[in-house]
Design a protein around this ligand. Structure first.
Ligand code: ATP
Ligand code: MG
Length: 581
């Protein structure tokens, strides 16, 4: 490719709305052009990179025995009603939906479980045809709450989604294992640093799920990993050994004390000289369920915090928000800061495991400026339902090995594998005849990869002040040739054209910057665009028969004999320099 012919323009300024480095650099490099919130046009450079990522994904899916299909993006809502998800997706506001000229409901698929389950129920009758894993690479649509991170969180984005169908759980284990293995290979081949963590199953539902996380400071997800045993989990799901708390001793009579203006755990601890672990805080939420909206109180030990995703799961809610001050006043009859489990109106109560068995604890009195002390379960508060809703924290003891201390890190979710079970096949009556002659629902798994998000994640992990540093496997071009004075010096032009032809002939994807620009502009553009290998061809070097090679990560250039440059550069690429770092 010649730069003079490339449909691209690099920009000097970051887009005003860009927060993430990947968003800024991809926009400035001309890779993406915003047309609306979370909607981007991909230029030729971007599309080359996305095709490379897709090619790796495709190869590994095919190698794992998955078959490529293409499912409709425009999907009739009746399938979503059949699976029982229409409500959840519509209420969560994440689904783009519309009506056709006859009034029929349609949506732009945020994912495709319904479409694939329909294909299987119409195509596979017998266990003899199983297992089947099918996948597609296509656009997905989600009306994201905050579509502002460039390709990281688009409203239109490219996803690879795969679905496995088995006769039983053992089959699902094998299909899940094969996909998991393929995922490891995909992210390794992309040249990314990543971890695999236990994940929450979210709105898609199902039993086991794991996420593939590209590690990066800017990652939206908080993760905890154990350096001792390798346990890793998204904080949405992570568990830890409960940190020990102070014991409350044997039950004393309950007291109602004046606590004027004292509302925080820290202030109460100071006021009563009482350890936070002797307190039960009452955190109020507004929970949305399939058929109602209701206040929800979560009881948590004073020194610990609830994780909203765990709370939502424990409650079985489809959405959760912190209660507004007005709602707090309505259900407690007091100003915010004095909520407690005794006497809440129209409120469902759930308690964290950490408060189970506590005695003589402090909690709010549901009266302004008052708290209760020496409160005890059953005698004063009916036993609520207990569940794990506590956010595990770095430094706490690993729940698996009981030895290591959890470490915190941040990640970008690039892949997600789920064991779905029979949720969709049951709901959509997708049945096959099993070996014993009985009709049974398919046992399903689903497996997603954010193809366009991978590109953004790669940039987050691989950049410097000057621009992108693509890992070789996803770079739009592998080598940039930068002739200094292409239009002024026949020698330079000749050497550049020769090298261009030689590299191209040996299968290297080479980019020749033949524009009539100053050297500074050519070099800055190559650094911004992030082509990992470059060769600078100048008149002075050529007089000694030399050109200059530099990897995008190298501090200095290396001189190479011009006559051998093609072979030597091709050799460096073959050795994978700059693939993973
Ligand atoms: P997130 O938690 O980031 O919203 P998700 O868990 O809802 O993602 P999945 O339904 O698991 O996403 O989708 C599979 C993959 O698609 C994700 O692992 C992610 O890489 C990618 N993905 C999801 N939403 C987006 C988006 N809005 N833009 C780009 N990629 C996305
Ligand atoms: Mg996910």
């Amino acid at each position: 490719m010649r730069a003079s012919r490339l449909l691209n323009r690099t920009l000097f300024d970051d887009p005003a709305d860009a927060e993430l480095k990947s968003h800024k650099l991809l926009a400035r490099g001309g890779y993406i052009r915003k047309v609306g919130a979370g909607l981007y046009t991909y230029g030729p450079l971007m599309w080359r990179t996305l095709r490379k990522i897709s090619a790796i994904v495709r190869e590994e899916m095919d190698r794992a025995g998955a078959q490529e299909v293409l499912l409709p993006i425009l999907q009739p809502m009746e399938f979503w009603e059949e699976s029982g998800r229409a409500d959840t997706y519509l209420k969560a506001g994440i689904m783009f939906h519309l009506k056709d000229r006859k009034g029929g409901g349609l949506c732009l698929g945020p994912t495709a479980e319904e479409m694939i389950t329909d294909l299987l129920r119409g195509t596979v009758d017998s266990y003899k045809q199983l297992p089947i894993t099918a996948y597609q690479i296509s656009n997905k649509y989600r009306d994201e709450f905050r579509p502002r991170f460039g390709l990281m969180r688009g409203r239109e984005f490219i996803m690879k989604d795969a679905y496995s169908f088995d006769a039983d759980d053992a089959g699902l284990d094998a299909s899940y294992g094969a996909m998991r293995e393929a995922y490891v290979r995909i992210f390794q081949r992309c040249g990314l640093k990543f971890v695999v963590v236990e994940a929450d199953s979210g709105a898609i539902g199902g039993s086991r799920s794991e996420e593939f996380m590209v590690t990066a400071e800017a990652g939206e997800d908080a993760l905890l990993t154990c350096p001792h045993c390798g346990y890793g989990a998204n904080v949405e799901r992570a568990e830890s050994v409960l940190p020990p708390g102070e014991s409350g001793g044997s039950p004393l009579p309950m007291r109602n004390e004046s606590t004027p203006g004292i509302t925080t755990v820290a202030a109460l601890s100071e006021f009563f000289k009482l350890a936070p672990s002797r307190m039960v805080k009452t955190v109020l939420f507004e929970a949305t369920y399939k058929n109602k909206v209701q206040a929800l109180a979560v009881l948590m030990r004073g020194d610990l915090d609830a994780h909203p995703v765990k709370v939502q799961n424990a409650a079985g809610a489809i959405a959760l928000e912190m209660a507004s001050d007005d709602l707090v006043r309505k259900v407690t009859g007091a100003e915010p800061g004095y909520a407690g489990p005794i006497g809440l109106k129209d409120t469902r109560i759930l308690a964290d495991l950490s408060v189970q068995g506590m005695t003589n604890f402090l909690c709010g009195a549901n009266q302004t400026d008052r708290h209760l002390l020496d409160v005890n379960w059953e005698r004063d508060v009916p036993l609520p339902k207990f569940a794990d809703m506590r956010a595990a924290r770095a430094g706490e003891t690993c729940v698996r090995c009981k030895t290591g201390q959890l470490q915190g890190l941040r990640g970008i979710e690039v892949g997600h594998v789920f064991k779905l079970g029979t949720k969709y096949s049951d709901a959509m009556k997708a049945l096959f005849t099993a070996a014993d002659g009985k009709r049974r629902p398919f046992v399903m798994g689903c497996y997603g990869i954010g193809v366009s998000r991978i590109a953004a994640a790669a940039v987050e992990q691989n950049h410097d002040d000057k621009g992108i540093i693509w890992p070789d496997p996803m770079a739009p071009f592998t080598v940039a040739l930068i002739p200094l004075g292409y239009r002024k010096s026949e020698a330079v032009k000749g050497a550049a054209e020769k090298l261009y032809a030689e590299l191209a002939a040996s299968g290297v994807e080479v980019f020749l910057d033949d524009r009539d620009e100053r050297a500074g502009v050519l070099l800055a553009d190559q650094e911004l665009i992030g082509i990992p290998h470059r060769v600078v061809i100048g008149e002075r070097g050529l007089k000694e028969g030399m050109v200059e090679y530099q990897h995008r990560r190298d501090a200095q250039a290396t001189k190479l004999p011009a006559a051998e440059a093609a072979t030597q550069v091709a050799g460096r690429i073959a050795h994978g320099k700059g693939a993973a770092s």
